[in-house]
Structure formats: C-alpha cells, structure tokens
Design a protein around this ligand. Structure first.
Ligand SMILES: Nc1ncnc2c1ncn2[C@@H]1O[C@H](COP(=O)(O)OP(=O)(O)OP(=O)(O)O)[C@@H](O)[C@H]1O
Length: 978
C-alpha cells in the first residue's frame, strides 16, 4: 500500500475531520451524485500542489474551503494530509513514511505546506513527487473528463502523459529553467554589448583627454612650485621698492615742505623789508631835506661869524688893551658856549647809549624767551604730527594686531560671503564711541559672514595658511536680543539711564541683526554711580556701560580705567579728525610765535645798529669837546695876561648869540647826518637782504619744482608697484589660496632669473594645450575600469552561455533517449492490452515527427476487430474511452505507478466492457494501488474494499466503510437489474 491515509478537514464538503485509511490494493469509493466522492480526488491533487483553480472546479482557491450549509457555518481553514508508505522509496526521501499536508486560511488567503509536519515550500513538494507518476500530467489521477478527451485531443497534447511516464519531466523542467537562464544570459549579454560598445566609443577620446590633463597638471604643478617662488620674490622686491619709494617720497615731501616754508617765510620777510625800505626811503628824503635846510642855515651863520671874526681880528690888531680885553672876553664867551654845548651833547649821547643798551639787552632777553616758547610749541606740534601719522596708519590698517582678521580682509574679495568686521560695520553716535566699544567688547573684531558655509571656508583658509585665528558671525544664525519689558520700564525711570547700546549705533539695514544681537541687551548709563545703582535694581541681570567706557558686567563685576595711547577701532576716525583740528590750531599758534620771534630779532638788529652809530657819534664828538675846551682855556689865558683876576667864570653866556645859533645848527646837522647814516645803512641792508631772499626764493622754487617732478615720478612708480603687488598677492590668494607669509615658507632656493624664464615657457606650453578637461583622468579611469570589468563579465557570460547550451544539449539527449525507450515500451504493450479489452483487432502508437522526438505529437492507430475506421474521432464515446483506457493500461504496464486514482473513468463503458476493465485492474495488483470512484457494480465487484460517501447532514460529507451489498444501493438501478 502506497497511500496509507487521507485526513481531510474543512476541505470542500468535508467540513468535519475525516480520516480515510487505505488497507487494500483496490479501493472503491461509492456514493450518490454530489455526495463528495470527487472531492476526495480533488483533495489528493490539492495536497500534491495543484495550482489550477479550474481543475479543482472552483473560481478562486478559497473555494476549496468548506463554505457552509443550511445547518453548518462556513469554516476558515481547509487542511488535507496524505500519508504515504515509502518503504520502497517511490518518493526520493529517506523516510519510510511520508506525510504531506497543505493548509489554506480563508482570512489571509495564505497557504502552507508541511512535509512530515515540518513547514516547507510548494517547490519542495513538487520536487518530491516529480517523475514519480504523481505529477501534474500524471496518469495517477485520471478523471472521466480526462479519459474522454484523451482520444480526441491533439497529438501534441497527448505528449504530457508519455513524458510523465518516461520520467523526463524533471529534465523538461530543468531545461525550461536553463532556457530561462539562457535567455536571461543572452539579454544580459546584449545589454552588456551595448554598454561595452558605448564605453569603447568613450574610452579613446577620454584616454587622449586624460593624457592632456595629466600633461597640463604636471606643467601646472611645476609652474605652481616655481611661480610661488617667483611671486614671493616679486612681492618682496615690490615691497622693498614701495617702502623705498615711500621713504624717498617722504624725504622729497619733507624737503619740499621745508622749502615751501622757507619760501613763505622769505616772502613775508621780503614784504616786511620792502615796507620798511619804503618807510626808510621816505624818512631819508625827509632827513635830506632837513639836512639841506640846516646846511643853508649853517652857511649863512658861518658867513656872518667869519665877518664878525674878521672885524674882531682888525680891531684886535689896532686896538688898545682895553678893547682887546673886551674882544677876548667876547671870544671866551663864545668858546665857553661852544664847549658847554658840545659836552652836553656828548652827555646826551652817552645817556642815549646807556638807555639803548638797556633796551637791546631786554630785547635780546625777550627774543630768547620767545625762541624757547617757539621750540616748546614746535615740539608739541611735532608730537601731534606723529600721532596723526600713527592714526592714519591705523585707519589704513586697523587690524594690524589681529592677524587672522587682517589675513581674511586681505583676501576678502576672493572669499565668498565675507561681509566685513563688526567695528567697520557699526557706526556709534558722537560721544558714544567708548560706551559702544565696551558694549561690544571682544566682538569688535568679529567677522560678519553671509552664512555658516562662508565662515567655514574662511576658517579653512586661515588653517591652510596658518594665518591666525578669527571669530565669525554668520548672519543667518544671529538673533535680535533685548531686555524684558518690565526691566525697560524700570530702567527708563532710573537716573542716568540713556537707553540700550544698539540705540546709539547706525548701520545698514542688512546689519541691524548684527547690531541688535550684540547690543540689544546692553544698557548705557551716563556714569558709573548711576550704572551701579541701575545694575542693583535690575538684580545684575544686564551688562551696563557708561559713556566713559566703564562696565558693570552681568553679575555685578566691574571694569574700567584708561590705557595710555590706546585706541578703539570705532573712535579712530574721530580721534584723527580731532588731531587734524589740533594741528591746525597749533600751527596758527607756532606761526604767530615765529613771527614774534622774527620781529623781536629785527628790532634787536635795528637797536644794535643805532647803538653802533651812537658809539661812533660819541667817538667823533669827544675830540670836538676837548678842542673846544682847549680853545676856551687858551683864550682865558690870553685874557689873564691882559687883565689878571678880572675873569668871572660864572658869568652867563647869552644863548641868542650867533655862536649859540651856529652850535645849535651844527648839533642839528650832526643829528640829521647820524640819522641819515643809520637809515641809509638800514635801507641798504634791507635791500641787500631782499635781493638775497629773492635769489634764494627763486632757487628754492626751482628746487621745489624739481622735487615735485621727482615726487610725482616716485608716486607713479609706487602706484605701479602697488598695483603689481596687489596683482601678485591676488594671484597668491586666488590661484594658490596662500597668504604671502605662508608662501614665503614655500619659497625655493633657486635662481629666480632662470625660474622666471621657465615660468614663461611653462605658461606658453600650458596655453598651447588649449581646453583641458581636468575630470578626464578620473573619467578615463572609471570608464576604462568599467570597460575592462564589463569585457571580463562578457567573457564570463559567454562561458556561462556555452555551459547552459551544453547542459541543455545533454538534457535533450537524455530526454530523447528516455522518451523513446518509454514510447517503444508502451507501444509494445498496447497491442496486447487492446486485443484483451477489445477482444481482438490491433493498436499502435505513432510518432507524428520521429525526427523531432522532443516535440513530436503522438497519434494512436487502432483497428477494433472487424472495423476499419482510420480516424479515431469517428469512434463512439465508449470506444474512445476504452481506447484511452487501453493506452492507460499500456503505460501502467510499461511503467509501474505506485498509486492510481480513477474517477469514473469507466462511466461511458457498457457493462461487458466495465467488467473487462475492472478485471484488467487485477493485472496490476501487488505493484500499484488503485482508488476508484465508481457508480458501476462491475467495478465495485472487483474492489477489495468499498467506502461509501454520504451526506447525513445537508452539505456535509462523511465516510464509512461499506460492504458490496450496501454499495449497490448507490448504483444505477438499470444496471443492477441487468
Ligand atoms: N467549498 C465547498 N463547501 C461545501 N460544499 C462543497 C464545496 N465545494 C463543493 N461542495 C459540494 O460538493 C459536492 C460535489 O461533490 P462531488 O463532485 O465530489 O460529488 P460526487 O459524489 O463526485 O458526484 P457525482 O457522482 O455526481 O460525480 C456538491 O454538492 C457541492 O455542493
């Protein structure tokens, strides 16, 4: 016994668990129409993996689950188990007993398979039964429909039965799989070939481009290495040139400024001198007029005096002693008068000399003091000028001490998204510079960027060049800050509170978020006392700054004070403006002092000249006084000889005398002469000085022009050098992403002149290369790599294809052989079987195309006894069934089947044929097991055991073993009677 047991539950009409145990070789299943007999057949095929819903007589797979009846509810699961005796190993597994179960759930539609209660796949079941005769096209399970259609079916459609008998199904399946594989391999090959062709098209030009790119990169690399050194050398030279140019220009400017000052001083001096000269000219003219006048007076007085003296001489010579004495007395009076006059004049001159000397001393003192003051003021002016140049430098390069910030600003244009430094972006209101600077604190030097990516790029640049550190403020991450409303109300009502620091700063709208994020929560107070008070009131929750720049930090700590010469980048410009104003004021002050000093000096000079003249006058007058005294003494001695003791010294001398007039005139003439001399000398001196000054001004002007020309030339070459320097620096930063300082560390010790030449050559070579695809080497590597890989794959696929073809060929050979052998075997059996069942005649099987064993259809050539019908279709239904049964039995004889299930295959046969059919089954006893669903008593009679299927409850099948007698109640009444 091969099939030992069937267990059904929930399968079609078998709602309850039903177990059918088979213990004989030929088992009949009997029962009335519709009781569920064929459902057993369906159950066996279902378990063995039937997938065709149609052949299971349903529309969906869930139709196999019991769907309920009048009295029973539908169930949710169908389960059928077949238990096989495998001691003879019909099934190719080691087990002696094989249990196959299939289960289906209505709710999920999921099916499950079990092999000896272990879950398995449908494929496992199919493999297990393949070529055992239990397969899909097997002759193990034959229904009435199969039998009747067999004879009528096309020759090709009959092949399946023979293939199953020949056991070639597994090869056929494998062949189908192999053909699938082959077609997939061919598809892959086709696809591969297309890709390979496309890649082949790309590889050659890419190879050329890659070579070109490599040459370009080599040259570029060499150029870079040399050019960095050349650029560094160029920058160093340009820097030196610029510095030297600046120094020279500064020297020239200083020299020119000095010349211009000297010219200005000389011009103003000349102006003064010319004014003085014309004044002197006027005075000299006046003095000359006076001199002429006095000389006229003297001439007439002298004539009169000569006349008197002549008269006196005559009288003296002829007169007596009395008259001579009288004349002598008159002469003594005149001599006395002249002496007195000259000596008093001498005294006056001496007094003048003394007074003028004192004046000159004082003037020289004043001039010395004035010079000291001038020096002091000059020193202050110089210190202001120094501070101005420091501040100007700082304004030009405010971040000299912030290395990182400086480095970023230098390459600002080549880095994307760098917007500027906080201290440059924000502009504090007047007088709030200190407060705002301290409100911002260290963030003054933060660099504002468009976003985080720009900041990351800038940081990478600093790292790469080791150019210092800097802090960045990406605008996109900034948030406006402020103070709580209640705190604002408190602050506004506090003494000295001025507002939040951001209120005192102007900036572009785009930077308002920078301003408000840095200072929106910093408060400003007028002084530190009020700041402390406010801080306490607000519980030290805010940073507070004062106008002086003192700070009360959050938490209460304080900082303040002042550093000498310190500066804030925010107040730089303001301080510079103030310095400009101070310098202008100081220059006015020093200019005035310089004028004072020079006027004191010229006054001193004039005084010195008059002192000299006074001394000359005194020196000239002294011998005159002495001569007048000697004359007076001689006359007095003469008189004493004539009249001893009569001379009275105290006698007054009349001033109205001619002598007095003459003395007055002489004295006036001397004074005028002296003045004229002084003025003329002064005039001549001034004239000479003007002359000298004019010459020197002309010379200085010429020199200034030359200096200006030189300066322009230097300026021009400096600007040129600066442009070249900027270009060189830009190339360093944009082409090589290097700062000059970093590039200096990369400079090679090489002959720069040679390097320059090489740079030229390399540049020409690079430009001769034309357009270069720098991606080409990578693309070439990728494409050629793919090309090689795919070519290898193609080789592998071709080898695989050959192998598959070889395997298919082998399978074909096996199938041809097995099929042919089985066909011949069956053909050999058929005639006997036919003759037995038909009681004579002949039958054989014919290959439609013997040359194509693998596909050929199979014809049946039969001739029942006494008939000569050629076309099988012309036979009656019963005959057709019997022919099909003959073929079936011939196959069973050629190949032993462990199990055959016949479902009313003999339905169309007449009683005699049924009996022959039933008896013929006995031929197979011992080799095969038969389960026969039948309504025919003839068949029932040949069965070893009979099972009756009934529906005791409506729609629910049940099963019980019955005796032949009981079974007979289900058969066709006519047949029983017959
Ligand atoms: N899913 C199902 N649930 C309940 N009953 C079902 C289900 N599928 C089929 N049936 C019932 O099974 C019966 C058909 O059974 P089957 O074809 O096995 O009868 P039979 O005994 O072979 O009849 P016959 O002698 O006429 O060939 C029908 O009455 C049908 O209602």
């Amino acid at each position: 016994m091969f099939l030992k047991r069937i267990e059904l539950q929930g399968f079609k009409s078998f709602a309850d668990k039903t177990i059918i145990t088979f213990d004989s070789d030929v088992i009949g299943i009997v029962g009335p129409n519709g009781c569920g007999k064929s459902n057993i057949n369906d159950a066996i095929r279902w378990v063995l993996g039937e997938q065709s819903v149609k052949s299971l007589r349903g529309t969906s797979m869930s139709d196999v689950i019991f769907s309920g009846s009048d009295t029973r509810k539908a169930v949710n699961m169908a389960e059928v188990t077949l238990v096989f005796d495998n001691t003879q190993h019909f099934l190719h597994v080691d087990y002696e007993e094989v249990e196959i179960t299939r289960r289906l759930h209505r709710s999920t539609g999921e099916g499950e398979y079990f092999l000896n209660r272990t879950p398995c796949r449908l494929k496992d079941i199919q493999n297990l039964i393949m070529d055992t005769g239990l397969g899909r096209d097997s002759l193990s399970i034959i229904s009435q429909g199969t039998i009747s259609s067999f004879a009528e079916s096309k020759p090709e459609d009959r092949r399946g039965l023979f293939e199953e008998a020949a056991g070639v199904a597994k090869y056929k399946k494998r062949k189908i799989e192999s053909l699938g594989k082959l077609s997939r391999t061919q598809e892959n090959l086709d696809r591969l070939e297309d890709i390979i062709m496309e890649l082949e098209r790309q590889v050659t030009p890419l190879k050329r481009q890659a070579k070109k790119a490599e040459t370009y990169l080599e040259k570029k690399q060499e150029l870079e290495a040399i050019e960095i050194s050349v650029l560094v050398d160029e920058i160093e030279h340009l820097n030196e040139q610029i510095e030297e140019g600046k120094k020279k220009a500064f020297d020239l400017q200083s020299k020119k400024a000095l010349h211009e000052t000297t010219i200005a001083v000389s011009e103003s001096k000349n102006l003064e001198l010319k004014q003085e000269m014309s004044q002197l000219d006027r005075e000299v003219n006046q003095l000359q007029d006076e001199f002429m006048k006095i000389m006229g007076e003297i001439q007439s007085l002298d004539a009169r005096k000569t006349e008197i003296d002549e008269k006196r001489k005559y009288a003296m010579a002829s007169a007596n002693a009395e008259i001579r004495a009288k004349e002598l007395k008159a002469m003594i009076d005149e001599a006395q008068y002249e002496y007195n006059d000259r000596s008093s004049r001498l005294n006056e001159l001496n007094v003048d000399l003394k007074l003028n000397q004192e004046k000159a001393d004082k003037l020289s003192n004043d001039a010395a003091q004035c010079n000291v003051m001038l020096n002091e003021q000059n020193a202050y002016l110089n210190s202001l000028l120094n501070r101005r140049s420091v501040l100007e430098n700082l304004v030009k390069q405010p971040f000299n001490h912030q290395q990182g910030v400086k480095a970023i600003l230098e390459v600002k244009d080549s880095l994307n998204g760098v917007l500027g430094v906080v201290s440059q972006i924000l502009k504090p209101h007047d007088n709030y510079e200190n407060a705002v600077s301290n409100a911002i604190g260290g963030a003054l030097y933060y660099i504002v960027t468009e976003d985080e990516i720009s900041a990351r790029h800038a940081i990478t640049y600093l790292k790469k060049n080791a150019s210092g550190r800097a802090t960045f403020l990406p605008i996109t991450v900034l948030k406006k800050r402020g103070i709580f409303k209640e705190h604002e109300i408190i602050a506004k009502n506090s003494v000295g509170y001025l507002g939040t620091a951001n209120e005192f700063v102007d900036c572009d709208t785009a930077f308002e978020v920078v301003r408000d994020s840095l200072m929106g929560n910093v408060l400003v107070c007028d002084n530190l006392i009020n700041a402390n008070e406010l801080a306490r009131t607000l519980h030290f929750n805010y940073k507070i700054v004062t106008l002086d720049g003192d700070v009360v930090h959050k938490g209460g700590s304080m900082s303040g004070g002042k550093v000498r010469d310190s500066y804030s980048p925010m107040s730089l410009q303001k301080e510079l403006d103030q310095i400009h104003e101070k310098i202008a004021n100081q220059q006015v002050k020093t200019d005035k002092l310089r004028d004072d000093c020079s006027s004191l000096a010229s006054r001193g000079e004039a005084l010195q000249a008059s002192l000299v003249q006074l001394k000359i006058d005194i020196a000239q007058l002294q011998p005159v006084v002495d001569a007048k005294k000697a004359k007076m003494d001689r006359l007095k001695a003469e008189y004493e000889e004539l009249k001893p003791g009569e001379l009275n010294d105290d006698e007054a001398v009349s001033e109205d005398t001619l002598v007095a007039q003459l003395s007055g005139a002489y004295s006036k003439r001397d004074a005028i002469t002296s003045q004229l001399k002084i003025k003329r000398e002064r005039r001549a001196k001034a004239g000479a000085e003007v002359e000298r000054n004019d010459v020197s001004i002309r010379n200085l002007r010429r020199e200034c022009n030359a200096l200006l020309a030189d300066e322009r030339e230097y300026e021009l070459s400096r600007v040129k050098a600066e442009t070249m320097l900027q270009n060189a620096l830009n190339r360093l930063s944009s082409d090589y992403e290097m700062t000059f300082e970093y590039a200096q560390t990369q400079k090679m010790d090489t002959d720069i002149a040679e390097a320059r030449k090489r740079v030229q050559v390399l540049r020409q070579e690079i430009s001769a290369l034309g357009n270069v695809n720098l991606e080409a080497p990578a693309q070439y590597e990728e494409v050629s790599g793919r090309f090689e890989f795919l070519t290898k794959q193609k080789g592998d696929l071709l080898a695989a294809k050959d192998k598959i073809l070889e395997a298919i060929d082998e399978m074909d050979q096996v199938m041809i052989k097995q099929f042919k052998e089985m066909f011949d075997k069956i053909n050999a059996e058929l005639n006997d079987v036919f003759r037995t069942l038909f009681g004579g005649g002949r039958a054989s099987l014919v290959l439609v195309d013997p040359n194509d064993i693998l596909n050929t259809g199979i014809d049946i050539d039969v001739q029942p006894p006494g008939k000569n019908v050629q076309n099988i279709k012309l036979f009656s239904g019963g005959e057709k069934s019997l022919i099909a049964i003959c073929v079936l039995f011939a196959i069973l004889k050629a190949r032993t089947m462990p199990l055959c299930i016949f479902d009313e295959v003999e339905a169309a046969l007449d009683q005699a044929n049924v009996e022959r059919f039933a008896k013929y089954i006995s031929h197979f006893r011992g080799g095969s097991q038969f389960i026969v669903v039948t309504h025919r008593p003839g068949t029932m009679a040949q069965c070893d055991a009979l099972y009756g299927v009934t529906m005791k409850q409506n729609g629910v099948s049940s099963l019980l073993k019955v005796q032949l007698q009981e079974a007979m109640q289900y058969v066709d009444k006519k047949e029983v009677n017959a």
